[in-house]
Ligand binder design. Structure first.
Ligand SMILES: Nc1ncnc2c1ncn2[C@@H]1O[C@H](COP(=O)(O)OP(=O)(O)OP(=O)(O)O)[C@@H](O)[C@H]1O
Ligand SMILES: [Mg+2]
Length: 236
C-alpha cells in the first residue's frame, strides 16, 4: 500500500476521535499531502461534517464513509491507499466492534485520544490492550495516546502525569486543548485552519501534525496552504 495509514480509535465515546481525525486530515491536505479520511463510524460524523461547506468551501481532505463494510474495510482501503499519501481511519466508539481490530491490522500508526480525566484514563487501558494485541500481529504499528480537550487544572495535570507514565504506549507531547474554535470549525464544514481568529488552535493542530508525520518518516510537501476562511457571522 502506498499510503501510510493512521487509525484513530478508543472505545470511549466523545473523547475526540473525530476531532483529531478531521483536524489532522485537513492539516495534511493543506500541506500538500494527498489525504483520505475514512469514516468507519455509522454515526457518520466526519462525513456529515465534511459536507457542511458545500461547493463553496470544500473540506481540505477527501472524506468518505466505508462504515457499512465493517471489518471488510481492508480490501477497499487497500485500493484507495494506492492513490493517497496518507489515510486516516476514524473508528466508532466500541472496542468489541471488529472495526478497530481490522483497522489496526493494516495501519502504520494508532492514535488514542484521551481526555485527561480519570474515567478516560481507566477506559484507555482497554484501548491500549487492543493496540498491544494488534502489535503481536502487526509489529510495525506505532501506538500513541494524544491529550484531547485538556484544560488547566489539578485533575487534568494529575491525569496527564498518569498517561505520561506509560512508557510502552507514550503520550504525544502535542494534543488538542479544549477550545471553542474546534466546535466552530464543524459548523462551517472546515478545520480550524479555515476560521479567522483561531490561531492558537491552528498552531496546536500543526504541532501535532508535524510530530505525527515525523514519527511516520514523512513531511508535508509544502507549507500549509491557506484554507478558505469562513465568514463566521454566517453562523449567527
Ligand atoms: N478540543 C476540543 N475542544 C472543544 N470541543 C471539542 C474538542 N474535541 C472535541 N470536541 C467536541 O466534543 C464532542 C466529542 O468530540 P468527537 O466527536 O471528536 O469525539 P468522538 O470520540 O469522535 O465521539 P464518538 O465516540 O461519538 O465518535 C464533539 O461535540 C466535539 O465537537
Ligand atoms: Mg467520532
Amino acid at each position: 500500500m502506498a499510503a501510510k495509514i493512521i487509525t484513530v480509535f478508543n472505545q470511549k465515546g466523545g473523547c475526540g476521535k473525530t476531532m483529531a481525525s478531521m483536524q489532522l486530515a485537513a492539516s495534511f491536505a493543506l500541506g500538500g499531502l494527498r489525504t483520505l479520511l475514512v469514516d468507519m463510524d455509522k454515526q457518520g460524523t466526519s462525513t456529515i461534517w465534511a459536507g457542511q461547506g458545500g461547493i463553496e468551501r470544500p473540506f481540505p481532505a477527501t472524506v468518505i464513509s466505508l462504515a457499512p463494510l465493517r471489518e471488510k474495510l481492508i480490501g477497499e482501503i487497500a485500493k484507495h491507499a494506492e492513490n493517497y499519501d496518507i489515510v486516516l481511519i476514524d473508528c466508532p466508539p466500541a472496542i468489541e466492534s471488529s472495526i478497530p481490530w481490522a483497522a489496526l491490522n493494516i495501519s502504520d500508526m494508532a492514535l488514542i485520544p484521551v481526555i485527561p480525566l480519570m474515567d478516560n484514563v481507566w477506559a484507555s487501558r482497554e484501548a491500549k490492550e487492543l493496540a498491544r494485541r494488534a502489535r503481536e500481529e502487526n509489529p510495525e504499528l506505532q501506538t500513541y495516546c494524544i491529550p484531547s480537550m485538556s484544560r488547566r487544572g489539578n485533575v487534568f495535570k494529575a491525569c496527564t502525569e498518569i498517561l505520561e507514565g506509560d512508557e510502552e504506549i507514550p503520550l504525544l507531547e502535542a494534543g488538542l486543548q479544549q477550545r471553542n474554535a474546534y466546535g466552530e470549525s464543524q459548523m462551517f464544514g472546515l478545520s480550524v485552519h479555515g476560521l479567522s481568529g483561531s490561531s492558537a488552535a491552528t498552531k496546536e493542530v500543526e504541532e501535532l501534525a508535524k510530530i505525527v508525520l515525523s514519527k511516520l518518516g514523512m513531511k508535508t510537501a509544502k507549507k500549509p496552504a491557506k484554507a478558505k476562511v469562513a465568514k463566521q457571522k454566517e453562523a449567527a
